[in-house]
Design a protein around this ligand. Sequence first.
Ligand SMILES: [Zn+2]
Length: 143
Amino acid sequence: MKVLVATKETQGRRANDFCFAGINDLVRMPIECSSGYIDDPCGCHRSWTSTLNNKYTTTCKVIEDAAMTPEKLCAALAGGSGAQPEEMRAAAAYLSEVAGRFAVGTIIERRGKEFAERVAGVYGRGQRLGAVLRHLKSKRARI
Ligand SMILES: [Zn+2]
C-alpha cells in the first residue's frame, strides 16, 4: 500500500522548509497548536512527524510499501504512545487516503489541511518573503 515517508527532496523550495525526520521514516500527522498560521515559526500546520524519531519534516514522499498493511500502519503510528486503537485506525486511514491521492514517487507538502505535489520553480523566496511581510503588516495593523 502507499505510505508517506520523510524526504529531503525539494527541501529549500520554500524558505521555511525543514526536515529533522530521518530520511524514509514513516510519518504521521503532528499534534498541532490551536493557534498560529501555516508559515509561522512553529511549523506544525505545514509538517508531519516521524514515527521513529518524533521530529518534523515539511516534505514527504509517496512510496509503495508492499509489506505494509493497515494493521502494521496502525502499530507504527501508535509507537508505544498508548493511543486508543480507534484513534490509530482513523489516523492510519487518513494517512493512506492522503497517500492514495498521489502517484508513487510524488513529493508532497502540507499547507494546513491541504496537500499538494511539489512542482518545480513555483516557490520563489521573494514570494515567501512578500507573504511574511504582508502577514506582519496585517498583525501590526491590529495592534
Ligand atoms: Zn504549532
